[in-house]
Design a binder for this molecule. Sequence first.
Ligand code: M6R
Length: 369
Amino acid sequence: DKGGWSSFMAKEVSEEPEAIANTVRGRIRDGLVSIPELDGLDELFAGINRIIVVACGTAAYAGMVGKYAIEQWARVPADVELAHEFRYRDPVIGADTLVVSISQSGETMDTLMAVKYARERGAKTLSICNTQGATIPRESDAIVYTHAGPEVAVASTKAFVAQITALYLLALHISHVRGTLSDTEVRQQVLELEAVPDKIARVLEDEQAHIEQFARWMGDTQSVLFLGRHVGYPIALEGALKLKEISYIHAEGFAAGELKHGPIALIEPGQPVFVIVPSPRHSPLLHSKVVSNIQEIRARGARIIAVAEEGDAAVLPYADEVLRIPLADPLFEPLLAVVPLHIFAMGLATAKGLDVDQPRNLAKSVTVE
Ligand code: M6R
């Protein structure tokens, strides 16, 4: 039931705030992270010296965001690998490796096979999944469910923000078990996380109509590029994937620092480029690097669409369009910055008269390798 929305995707984007709130609910005690499903499983985290996240598509981008939190808070080396690449390359894994799989459906064959492979090699496995009782969690040593609710549209939206949320809870849990963050530090991050749903609701209220109008205006665009740095990089990849998937437009996401290593050759007058701009307050150095990337491509005629923090005036002279997100600590920015990109992809596909819920050639869950 679309509940009065024009599509499941529109409904699911509107549910991003509650997908996060519901994933956090019941997992905080005295301001600290306490995940009931992981009770008694401390041993799962004690002996590990490495985490490998395996997933596909959007879930893999959630994993890439999670890597920053796992390393920053829990100080465990973390890598993200596309599930379908993982088991074909003889990876070095064993009892000291925790393989974290992420899957909305819990049925993605590539991810399932990666989990089975990891178990056969003696690794510990933990599954982040949105579907109760699905196959992947049943094959794993531990499960942390995302509580995004059923996701029907082929393009994953609310499950993505819920996956990042679950990874952050997991990272804070591991930080606590391993003592890499103090209770005060964990509490601070929990407060930041709990503030995110209201901030997303503000993006939806303040920016949705503006972004949809802008997307309509971009209706005949042939190609869109997305740039991001640090946690903004996986968000650039996600923005590009969503656009390809539902609007059939060529789109690429790049790490902003890669520009002069190749992609800048693509910039010609009129080329639209979304840039995820880091916070000038929290990350002044990264912010200045990204602003100079913007200047470089603007000088070559790119049309800049900046996704920037409220009050960031440095982008104004160079941006053709600014999509505002509320202030947040750097690790929480991706949860906000992705929302305008989801709205944009949906708006553009709608402007082209396409079925946003059922894009051509794609299935909601990919149960074949
Ligand atoms: O069900 P899963 O999370 O395992 O699915 C993984 C990908 O197939 C999925 O995220 C896909 O990339 C989406 N259609 C992206 O919107």
